[in-house]
Design a protein around this ligand. Structure first.
Ligand code: HEC
Length: 141
């Protein structure tokens, strides 16, 4: 699982570094923590946001609307790789945004579709959201 997903970001050297750390965790800790994503992979990197863990969380909780490649889906989530909104927010601001989402009543909403709080997964922790933000940073164009 990890290897297939990792291949998608393999074009980025930085991601490759994160990836090898992820593979180490996979080697010692079982390879299928994808659905739980509850701190699997843990470890020292998470304080700064662990893009590898973030990719798994994104895949499980965000890709249904934003697409596995984060390029957006018609009538669902927006493209995050080219988003000026994302580019203009600090990491902390983005985590705060993801926690509340953007309802259709919000004047900033452009699609008429709601971005649900935490993508509709209330179990996501601040740390996991920080990891997701770290991942989104690696795929921005
Ligand atoms: C149920 C569908 C859905 C899910 C799941 C979802 N989103 Fe969204 N998201 C949206 C929609 C729709 C928008 C655009 C709302 C609008 O019109 O402004 C959006 C907007 C965003 C934006 C702002 C983009 C911009 O350019 O304004 C970010 C950042 C974002 N989502 C991140 C996430 C993350 C991270 C996750 C997973 C934790 C996630 N989303 C899960 C539907 C979703």
């Amino acid at each position: 699982m990890r290897r297939r997903e990792a291949a998608r970001v393999g074009r980025l050297g930085l991601a490759a570094v994160f990836m090898s750390a992820g593979l180490l965790f996979a080697a010692c800790g079982g390879d299928d923590g994808e659905t739980s994503s509850g701190g699997g992979g843990g470890g020292g990197e998470s304080a700064a946001g662990d893009a590898t863990a973030g990719q798994e969380t994104f895949s499980a909780s965000c890709a249904s609307c934003h697409g596995q490649d984060a390029k957006g889906m018609p009538n669902l989530g927006k493209d995050l790789t080219t988003s000026e909104f994302v580019a203009g927010q600090s990491d902390a601001d983005l985590v705060a945004f993801i926690k509340v989402g953007r309802d259709t009543s919000d004047p900033a909403n452009t699609t008429g579709v709601a971005m649900p709080p935490k993508g509709g997964n209330p179990a996501l922790t601040d740390e996991q959201l920080g990891d997701v933000v770290a991942y989104i940073r690696t795929i921005q164009e």
